[in-house]
Design a protein around this ligand. Sequence first.
Ligand SMILES: Cc1cc2nc3c(=O)[nH]c(=O)nc-3n(C[C@H](O)[C@H](O)[C@H](O)COP(=O)(O)O)c2cc1C
Length: 176
Amino acid sequence: VDVSRDPFDRIMSSLDGPMIVVTAAAADERGGCLVGFHAQSSITPGRYSVWLSKVNHTYRVAQYATHLGVHFLSSSNRALAELFGTRSGDQIDKFAGRDVVTGPGLVPLLAECANQMAVRKVAVLDEGGDHVCVVTEPVLVRDASPFEPLMLSQLSGLRAGHPAEEREEPPTMRAP
Ligand SMILES: Cc1cc2nc3c(=O)[nH]c(=O)nc-3n(C[C@H](O)[C@H](O)[C@H](O)COP(=O)(O)O)c2cc1C
């Protein structure tokens, strides 16, 4: 028994889930990151929600974007998961040299992911935590199912390019 972690952490780390890459574009900048927090969130109308970390470059780009790209990774996309999950758009262009298709709202879509959606942002929930919920409406969906999703359990050992703990408490709430 790992007594260094609390019960919430223990339950969460016992769960597994499929991994996606979320992309966005705004003001001539492209962003994208690996995301484990995501789910279908309505049947009619169809809704898909993703949670973006406030410290990520992707979050900053997504704030100004109308659409996002949601790419469901398959077991052949391991290297892509590593690139989008461990490196930051603050330092590198993750899209350089990749086959990128421009989708609705100029969203950059990764051609190498056969199961993908262009989604329109419908609502954003920031309840004060380190991730923000973006509720979206799928507007363009490509699928090559059945496919074998790349699971969180297959990515153990990856260190996030921007760990959520980077989020700073401001020394003051007053403007300088
Ligand atoms: C296993 C794993 C799961 C992750 N899940 C999320 C997530 O749900 N939401 C998110 O915004 N970032 C998540 N990240 C973190 C980002 O993918 C990572 O910090 C990335 O390098 C940020 O890139 P950016 O600064 O270019 O946006 C995850 C990272 C890993 C390794």
